[in-house]
Design a binder for this molecule. Sequence first.
Ligand code: HAM
Length: 414
Amino acid sequence: MSERIQAPRGTQDVLPEQTAARAALEARAREVLESAGYQRIETPIFEHTELFQRGVGESTDIVQKEMYTFDDAGGRSLTLRPEGTAAVCRAYVEHGMHKLAQPVKLWYLGPFFRYERAQAGRYRQFWQIGAEALGSEDPAVDAEAILLLTTLLTDVGARGITVKVSSLGRLESRAEYRAALQDHLRRHADKLSEEVRNRIDLNPLRAFDSDHPGTREVMAGAPLLRDFLDAEDAQHFSEVLALLDAAGVAYKVEPTLVRGLDYYVRTVFEIHSSELGAQSALGGGGRYDRLIAEIGGPPTPGMGWAAGIERILLAGGAPPHAAPPVDLYVAGPVGPTQFRLVADARRAGLGAQLDLAGRSMKGVFKQAARLDARYVAWMNEDGSWELKDRQGGEQITAPDADAVVRDVLRGPGL
Ligand code: HAM
């Protein structure tokens, strides 16, 4: 026998019994987002590598070590998308969406790819559902984005949710803060992890993310960004919080919240679940007012989020889902009459299945019970049909297959 081939590490098959929960989650997401005016967009699975280098940022883990990048046969460097925001912004620019009524509100759902250490809740191919509102700086856009993700997660039953919010300010506020933080880090450089020390110049904020004990000790005494926000940024943030209060969204202001992507300014947020272990973020996002200009578009503000489908499901978030009912289960052997009966029943809007395994009558009834089919039908030798109502009704004889659909199934029976 040949050696068995397995799925690559960090990828997952979604098996039939798991697809129903995903479909239900998708359906609920569509309802929540489309009733708030978001429209679905699909972007390619791969993009020019440069989009993520410029969009997500050279100093991020994603760009430095997690991208699936390859040259195609034409020698172009392409990358499997590690996230959706940069691509949605590219599409906004490419299709001239700044000419539409603003903000343009878009949502997406699909697979994303990051070469991360695989563990529970962290995969190399994972699915995200995301929403982006492009073209408005209004704090109401921020509050609404946070409200929508909170609503979705609550609606689908994700357990143990905490909403964490912070503001990173704009670059002007942040420049002063960065200098103060770098100063603090340099003063305590001997206690820091090597990785954090090497990133003091490039990305000092990421030090808040470290789980290295020495670094954590240093960070406990670090200056906080919120004390450096300028008046406009502070005002923007307090309006976001006031709107969340007005909508009854419970949140925690977390001044050290750091996101793994470089494009954020002002509002950032994450929603965590106590049901998950180390990888507890179900979703996160924030404002990215410079990203569209960064990738060559007209300066345009943006705000959005993405949430991991697998993590939502791990946190218990799957709305109840009813499989479509099987109204009719037709016994074999399958000849033209049986085949036509099932086709006619489906045309009449009924759920119908054929026995395709050559089962005995006993086996047919066993399978019908598994499927919880309402009627079992079989043909007599003279071409008439028997229908057994599995919900306790009587057994009916119909003169032919047409009569089964016409008189019984479309009649008072169902
Ligand atoms: P992110 O925080 O990198 O943000 O990812 C969002 C969510 O995707 C995470 O909270 C997590 O649930 C899920 N996720 C990320 N990586 C993995 C993984 N390796 N395995 C399983 N799930 C994962 C973004 O991607 C931004 N584009 C969000 C955004 C949209 N910001 C503004 N707009």
